[in-house]
Ligand binder design. Structure first.
Ligand SMILES: Nc1ncnc2c1ncn2[C@@H]1O[C@H](COP(=O)(O)OP(=O)(O)O)[C@@H](O)[C@H]1O
Ligand SMILES: Cc1ncc(COP(=O)(O)O)c(N)n1
Ligand SMILES: [Mg+2]
Length: 546
């Protein structure tokens, strides 16, 4: 098990066991067809890109929060193939473990042989190994069919406090499995058990434990601090035999932490299978767990103290988002507030207080337009604004920066004619996100619709100082574009309390509102100005309805 020998996935297969496959499969009658076509398959496989492959050797969790089920989902989420050797079947839910049924050791051995002899496994990850016999069978299989890396999650007791392994496995871990491991990932209780029951209560204790566990033979140790008392952060200690790394993430406030350890180890294995170096694999894995917990923090499954979380949040992140669940609503364009960092600075407003004031004053959609901010600062501000907007049910769009929109999970983007083309933005963002585009002409409006935009912003309607060298289209230009547009329009450019009525009265049914910058943000009290504009717009809307 030489971790440093891990090559990128496209490298020539190492340690392929074709001869053994031949021998092994000839013992399995149902594989005879395969053995006949084996030579052809062998030739074919060497020319095809190899799929990163993790084999998990673990227990089944009927509640599907931890164990084999968590491993499958974690690998799937990271785009890695995952095969499974099941060591035990547990009856388990959010309350605890109600029963455990062990798979006979010789059948664990048979599963290992089936997969390892045939399926080009890159990394083996272990979870629940209920008996010393299973540990021995596994070590034997790994010697017969070497893989590139071994990740050991020394599962012994479930978070609910139920025993998942016989204490006799400790000897198997110490003497056989850990010396073969590229990384071992004990939680606090497991680290303590591996070290004969020492007390672990601080980060300093975790460091000492990592160092001591390293002497048992694994190449790297990660002591996980999910259960560290009184800790605001989720801190894990990584030790590679020379250096310590304190990995800190924010601690998500949620009951849905069942399976975090299994998921973390599977993600590490998945990243290693892709060819990632160890520390990077651990960092990616930790971030994955934190993100998944954050997405699933309010998920309600089961009545017990420990719920599962959603590994596949990327497939349906909109489910947890009340705005996206109802989809893009053109009436959201009614009072469209666009931020400007210069103006906030001038008035001593932070972006978050400005956004909050605009929403409280009646803004129905927010766009962050931060032309001067550095990426890191912009992202942090955007994340905070997403929280505010979401809690008020108001959509948040990001101007131009599709990367920032994705990173903060904004509701969409607004792009200009020289930014990312709409069809490319749509490809990147997927069907759920809102995309708006600035248009001055009927041709641009037609293209916006054809490429999949949700709305267009048309302007500048009046001269404005917010945008340099901006061509003014006037009320006539606005009307021409509205009539040509197949999608909703919001008017922008020099609009405020004094002229909003004239804009909304041009007589175009797809003109849904006004977008404003200075009229809200180049003012001392953003809340009051937004209220005033909201009153004007509501007045016009009432007249139009009559
Ligand atoms: N509430 C939380 N918020 C963020 N990360 C967490 C939280 N709880 C656990 N983690 C992280 O999940 C991973 C698994 O840790 P832990 O829960 O201690 O393991 P186990 O599930 O084996 O007990 C670690 O990276 C830990 O920092
Ligand atoms: C089959 C199985 N494997 C592992 C765990 C540990 O998971 P956790 O520490 O989150 O309870 C578990 N509960 N069940
Ligand atoms: Mg665990």
């Amino acid at each position: 098990m030489n971790y440093s020998s891990i090559n990128p996935i496209h490298a020539a297969p190492e340690g392929f066991q074709f001869g053994r496959v031949w021998n092994c499969s000839s013992q399995i009658p149902s594989l005879n067809y395969r053995t006949r076509t084996f030579m052809a398959v062998q030739e074919d496989m060497t020319s095809k890109p190899r799929i990163p492959h993790v084999l998990t050797v673990a227990g089944s969790d009927s509640g599907a929060g931890a164990g084999i089920q968590a491993d499958l989902k974690a690998c799937a989420a990271l785009g890695v193939y995952c095969s499974t050797v099941i060591t035990a079947v547990t009856a388990q839910n959010t309350i605890g473990v109600q029963g455990v049924n062990l798979v006979p050791e010789d059948f664990v051995a048979e599963q290992l042989r089936s997969v390892l002899s045939d399926m080009q496994v890159h990394v083996v990850k272990t979870g629940m190994l209920p008996s010393i016999g299973v540990v021995e069978v596994l070590c034997h299989s790994l010697k017969e069919f070497p893989v590139r890396a071994l990740v050991v999650d020394p599962v012994m007791v479930s978070t609910s406090g139920d025993i998942l392994a016989d204490p006799s496995i400790l000897a198997g871990f110490r003497e056989e499995l850990l010396p073969m491991a590229d990384i071992v990932t004990p939680n606090l209780k497991e680290a303590s058990t591996l070290l004969g029951g020492v007390r672990l209560q601080t980060v300093a204790d975790m460091r000492s434990a990592a160092k001591l566990i390293h002497t048992l033979g694994p190449r790297n140790v990660l002591v996980k601090g999910g259960d560290l008392p009184d800790s605001l952060d989720a801190v894990d200690i990584f030790f590679d035999g020379e250096n310590f790394h304190e990995l800190r993430g924010s601690r998500v406030k949620t009951r849905n932490t069942h399976g975090t350890g299994c998921t973390l180890a599977s993600c590490i294995a998945a990243e290693l299978a892709k060819g990632s170096p160890m520390l990077l694999a651990v960092q990616v894995a930790k971030r994955f767990v934190e993100t998944a917990l954050d997405y699933s923090k309010d998920m309600a499954i089961g009545s017990g103290p420990q719920g599962p979380f959603d590994h596949l949040f990327k497939l349906k992140s909109n489910v947890y988002n009340s705005y996206r669940r109802r989809g893009f609503n053109p009436s959201d364009l009614f009072l469209y507030a666009v931020t400007d960092s210069g103006m906030n600075k001038k008035w001593g407003h932070s972006i978050t207080t400005a956004v909050k004031a605009a929403i409280e004053g009646g803004a129905t959609i927010i766009q962050l337009r931060e032309k001067d901010a550095g990426t890191r600062d912009f992202l942090e501000a955007a994340k905070a604004c997403v929280e505010i907007c979401r809690s008020h049910g108001v959509p948040l769009l990001i101007n131009d920066r599709i990367d920032v929109a994705l990173a903060c999970d904004a509701d969409g983007v607004h792009v200009g004619q020289s930014d990312m083309p709409v069809h490319v933005a749509r490809m990147i963002l997927g069907p759920e996100k809102v995309i708006g585009v600035s248009c001055k002409t009927p041709e641009q409006a037609e293209k916006a619709w054809a490429e999949g935009a949700d709305y267009i912003g048309c302007g500048g309607v009046f001269p404005t100082t917010t945008k340099a060298n901006n061509l003014t289209v006037g009320l006539d230009g606005l009307k021409t574009v509205c009539l040509a547009s197949k999608i909703p329009v919001v008017a922008i450019g020099g609009i405020g309390v004094a002229n909003a009525r004239s804009v909304m009265e041009i007589g175009a049914s797809n003109l849904k509102g006004v977008a404003v910058v200075s009229a809200l943000f180049d003012r001392e009290c953003v809340f009051t100005e937004t209220r005033k504009l909201h009153a004007v717009l509501t007045d016009v809307a009432a007249l139009v309805v009559k």
